[in-house]
Ligand binder design. Sequence first.
Ligand code: X8Z
Ligand code: ZN
Length: 593
Amino acid sequence: MKKLILATTFLGFTFAAHAAPSAEEATVFIARAERDLAALSEEAARISWTFQTNITFDTEWLQTKSSERFTAKAVELAAEARTFDGVKVSSDVRRKLDALKRGITIPAPKDPKAIAELAKLTTGLESAYSTGKIEFDGRTVSQSETEVLMRTLRDPAKLSEVWRKWHATARGTKADYARMVSIANAGAKELGFANVGQMWRSGYDMTPAEFATEVDRLWGQVKPLYDELHCHVRAKLNQAYGSEAVPLDQPIRADLLGNMWAQEWGALNDLVLPTSGATNIDITKLLKDNGYDELKIVKTGEAFFTSLGFAPLPQTFWDRSQIVKPRDREVVCHASAWDLDDRDDIRIKMCTKVDAEDFQTVHHELGHNYYQRAYKDQPYIFKSGANDGFHEAIGDMISLSITPEYLKQIGLIDKVPDASQDVNLLLQRAMNSVAFLPFGLLIDKWRWQVFAGELTPATYNDGWWKLRTRYQGIRPPVARTADDFDPGAKYHVPGNTPYMRYFLARILQFQFFKAACDQMGWKGPLHRCSFYGAKNVGAKFDAMLAMGASKPWPDALETFTGTREMDGSAIVAHFEPLMVWLREQNKQRKCGW
Ligand code: X8Z
Ligand code: ZN
């Protein structure tokens, strides 16, 4: 059907009364776009891998060039996709056109100078973060080691020192970040979005405004659970560190929660779990005592997937992955999963530590790889998660199957703790999953405000702490000034990885998990369910994964869970016995901040 567009502003030019392209032209355009992107993305991925696993002047240079080329192509295709707005095309072609329009995380305007500047800024920010170091206890400590210090130190003065020094490394990147925001926003505007934040919110098969409302609705469902956990953990920290470090009517000091960003609190189990009459399962200790090394952790993760009927990882995975931090060069240690040729060359890149946290992270990353492999036969643009939260939820859903029963099956423990330990097991689990929820929500709330211009470089940090205090109930250990740039001390900000996906994943992982347990006919309490070895669950899961992004995410969700809504009630139900217990514990306490 031919249609006339009367006057449209397209990339700064105004065309009068030109005929809209046809549906056939759209199909031809999509075929070309997919071919071009596939070719370019393999090269870009290999350059990116080379850069991230060996940061040098030259690899940074190559990465910048490659990023420039990729951005230029993606922006060109996004602009071309817009010319088919209003053309009647098949639903597949429409989905692909829409995906192309928002297919670039950090867009640039079409001006080559802006594209080059943007590429330099994004590469530089990523390098600066990953090569950041602090001086502590007479030695130079890398970014990934600062994380270990935050998990293991128990001296508030030292924790504050590591926290302060790591956050100071981000100060110098604020100006570059602000410049990047302004170029990327100009790019988003050229593509028809109000700003980059709106562009990010447009990837969820609903309007950007509906998405913002949706995440608030989900947060409302889970907030009461977070509030009870916060109250209990604060009381326990008060017992451990005293009222000066942990006053009972204040937000919790961010450096005392066992994680640089206070995002997951599982490292604090020694302070928070009961000490008498409890059999706490210390995965770090179990791994170490049983001689696990980094490779064995990854093999254990793979074995979970193969137990569900998924094929083993290819030999190239083992040959080409970075599982251990190289000693002799700078790398991006922040864990990631890769699919270099969009087919078989899947890998992980980690600086794995033999501890509970990385045991979890390995499962998380392998979830990405198995998703990538499941959808590899989809057309290029559909080789993606149903939405980005799905991609983050796959391995996390598997991790929920790491129960005492499972640990016994794989020979890590001899005796499964009885039902009297249930609350304890749930508390251990909540210290990661529930604790994470407000953090998962607020990073992009902050970025949405930044991209919308509601926060400016002068108010970046203040706006950050307003959200941190409001949602997480935490405060900085030392006074902050407008020169600080604390968001820049969290990988995904300089790394430009959207973050709402992790919040969604925390919700979805429990929905997936409940569905899996239902499918295997589990009748006991959910936190005791492990679907290890359940081939019927694996087959159904694979059916959802294989869809990739070819259908709206509610269709994918329905395939596996029978429901079309994201819903916080699954996580709430999972922790119901803990909620009852926490309420009882908190009865005499004054909660809130
Ligand atoms: O970044 C990650 C993964 C890579 S996609 C390791 N995660 C978030 C984070 O570390 O902040 C997983 C949980 C949240
Ligand atoms: Zn991930």
